[in-house]
Write a protein that binds this ligand. Structure first.
Ligand SMILES: [Zn+2]
Length: 676
């Protein structure tokens, strides 16, 4: 489910921090062995800048994609394991953070116990579903499942009211599709048909593994498909979901009862823990009406299969090896192309990091995050802010009136660096040695109740949406803030020992990227206070759309596989942010260079090094299966195209690498984007 629907981040994968003790190379941060200088920059800049890295990091069986981000995660996992094990080793008093970390890690690691138990931990819940007697019981039961972390039919979350951004509101959102995107259920191409067939076979196998007969399992799988196909038909595509106005349908619960009859909403919200709820934002009314129709039209026995499936599917990674293996076989192998599961210790570290993230994070920053890094970052952010301001003033297509408001919005952007000032309180989360699955359920309820407690309350602008050990960054439009966790403030994103060419090309572009999200096709619809409210003149808005269209068309024409094109509409916001981020960082870099000029290093000019540092962030190897998955679901372009797709729009890149009109990547000026 999507908790923060408009939050944009730099990369899709939420990785953990690494602590790469990369030596400050003489090249000013650029590792020359990452290059493949047999490639021509104007023909394939990605290979030129990253080819050496890709050769040095062949794809291991447990990965469907491995890039510089994943390398950080790998390095760091070992450190997190040490942190966790040091806490877990001593005798910790009941209820302490050390006891929670230690016990959670040990139940996750205990394969003997997990294999003995098999499906036993989820059996009571499956039986409760089997015992439902009438459809009238569905709303309250579905609410209970939602609260415990399952995702049947539709989601309910609490987040900022997009048109009253100081306050939190309860929202509904489409959900319930095991495969995520609606196209998996509806498209008729050969590849999708195969996935759909494999999915249904997988559902049947999973039912068998938890104790159903072959016939029962086959019937249950058909029931699951019947419901998910109905949900898919009523669902919006990932592109349609990018429209914040369309997702804004605030109403009273009484109005909801009239707009979506067929579900007793007071009953539903009470069961969820929201008695007396007054108003709600309905994200996608048509999808919700279809849920009400399914509740009432589809036989209860069919819906029971669907609910049981949602339990089995969610629990699969916390049960026996046999169940884990079947889950891996479909989602990770068939869908994403991985050949081998991660070893248990890696999965267990991820579980602890996911459930007790701020306990791990607090220890992490104490040990690995230098205060000097924060100071340097804050001054970089301010230099980038100045540069974006200059660029906004300088654009020729925008009226002074809109520019004035854009500059006000830019000045109002809040900045978070490193880690939060106050830490999450886990004292009410109970972690015991009873069972892995029971702990995961208690943690889900703990998280969900924490979120619900914010309903109708003012937005806490000090809250962090990522843990400090995360290798990522984000822009949140409803608070108009950018956030850079400690995890991203290390090589190859940031290097205290490297020169400006490197740091502006790497973390500088990341900062510019997040700032530009405030002015991309989604972010620009929010004002400086984070409200979804028009602040552009109609002419300026139309000219922006026209300019953004250049990037949509450019990316739509990119072939990511011989039979597959990139999705320019889905990736528009991220492509604008990459394009703007590079332009803004380059401007800031020029200012830094005029104050403190740099020399060539090992034959590379400072500007060349700026672009090499940028490209190196996206170095990765990826399987074809994962290219298909990400092209359908990821709002970010693939690493290759964040380099080869975006740089041809940047004038300074042509100059730096002498790329001329006979080069394959060359774009005539009239086809280059000109936005920020
Ligand atoms: Zn982004």
């Amino acid at each position: 489910m999507k908790k923060r629907v408009y939050v944009s981040c730099i990369a899709v994968a939420m990785m953990m921090v690494g602590c790469n003790e990369k030596k400050a190379a003489l090249t000013g941060g650029i590792d020359l062995s990452n290059l493949d200088t047999t490639a021509l920059p104007g023909a394939d800049f990605y290979r030129y800048a990253c080819g050496g890295w890709m050769k040095k990091h062949p794809l291991a069986d447990e990965y469907s994609r491995f890039g510089s981000f994943d390398q950080l995660a790998e390095d760091n996992r070992v450190r997190l394991k040490e942190l966790i094990e040091s806490l877990a080793s001593g005798e910790a008093a009941e209820g302490t953070e050390a006891q929670k970390i230690g016990d959670l890690y040990s139940v996750a690691m205990d394969s003997v116990k997990l294999n003995q138990e098999g499906a036993t931990p989820i059996r009571p819940l499956l039986e409760q579903i089997a015992a439902l007697r009438e459809k009238g019981e569905l709303p309250a039961f579905v609410a209970r499942l939602r609260r415990a972390g399952f995702s049947p039919y539709f989601a309910v979350y609490v987040g900022a009211d997009a048109k009253n951004s100081e306050m939190n509101i309860v929202n509904t959102y489409q959900d319930g599709l095991s495969l995520g995107e609606r196209e998996y259920y509806l498209d008729r191409d050969e590849h999708t048909l195969k996935i759909r067939e494999a999915f249904q076979a997988h559902v049947a196998k999973m039912f068998q593994l938890v104790g159903f007969s072959v016939e029962e399992a086959a019937g249950a799988a058909m029931n699951v498909m019947a419901i998910e196909i109905r949900l898919a038909n009523a669902a919006k595509s990932a592109v349609e979901l990018r429209d914040p106005q369309a997702n804004y349908n605030k109403m009273t619960v009484e109005e909801l009862q009239r707009a979506v009859p067929g579900i007793d909403w007071n009953l539903y919200f009470s069961a969820l823990g929201l008695s007396g709820l007054q108003e709600v934002n309905v994200g996608q009314p048509a999808a919700l009406r279809e849920v009400a129709a399914i509740f009432n039209e589809v036989e209860l026995s069919v819906q029971k299969s669907y609910l049981q499936w949602k339990v089995i599917d969610a629990a699969a990674t916390c049960l026996s090896d046999a169940i884990y293996a079947q889950n891996f076989d479909f989602y990770e192998k068939t869908l994403s192309g991985k050949q081998e599961a991660q070893p248990r210790w890696k999965r267990s570290v991820s579980t602890v990091n996911g459930i007790l993230g701020e306990i791990v994070g607090k220890l992490y920053v104490e040990k690995h995050f230098p205060a000097a890094a924060k100071e340097r970052m804050i001054s970089l952010v301010e230099n980038l802010r100045t540069a974006l301001g200059e660029r906004i003033r300088g654009v020729r297509w925008m009226s002074d009136e809109t520019k004035e408001r854009a500059l006000e919005k830019l000045a109002a952007i809040r900045v978070k660096v490193g880690y939060p000032d106050t830490w999450r309180d886990y004292s009410r989360l109970e972690i015991r040695k009873d069972s892995y699955w029971e702990n995961v359920m208690r943690a889900s309820i703990f998280e969900y109740d924490y979120m619900l407690s914010k309903a109708g309350q003012p937005v806490d602008k000090e809250e962090w949406l990522m843990t400090p050990q995360t290798v990522n960054a984000y822009y949140n439009p409803t608070t108009n803030e950018i956030c850079f966790p400690a995890g991203i403030l290390q090589y190859p994103f940031f290097d205290m020992k490297a020169d400006d060419a490197f740091n502006y090309g790497a973390i500088g572009v990341v900062i510019g990227h997040e700032m530009t999200h405030g002015f991309d096709d989604q972010g620009r619809q929010f004002d400086k206070e984070g409200n979804l409210k028009e602040w552009w003149t109609a002419d300026d808005a139309a000219r922006f759309e026209e300019r953004a269209r250049v990037l949509v068309d450019h990316f739509n024409a990119i072939e990511v596989l011989p039979d597959l094109q990139a999705n320019g509409e889905l990736t528009l916001g991220e492509n604008i942010a990459d394009f703007g981020g590079i332009q803004v960082a380059y401007t800031a870099f020029q200012h830094a260079m005029s104050a403190a000029p740099l020399d060539d290093v090992e034959g590379f000019t400072p500007v060349q090094r700026f672009f090499l540092a940028y490209a190196a962030l996206w170095a990765a190897n990826i399987r074809d299966e994962q290219i298909r998955v990400l092209t359908r679901s990821d709002p970010h372009s693939l690493g290759r195209w964040r380099v080869n797709g975006t740089l041809p729009h940047i004038p300074a890149w042509y100059e730096a690498f002498h790329v001329t009109s006979d080069s394959p990547l060359y774009l005539p000026e009239e086809r280059r984007a000109e936005i920020w």
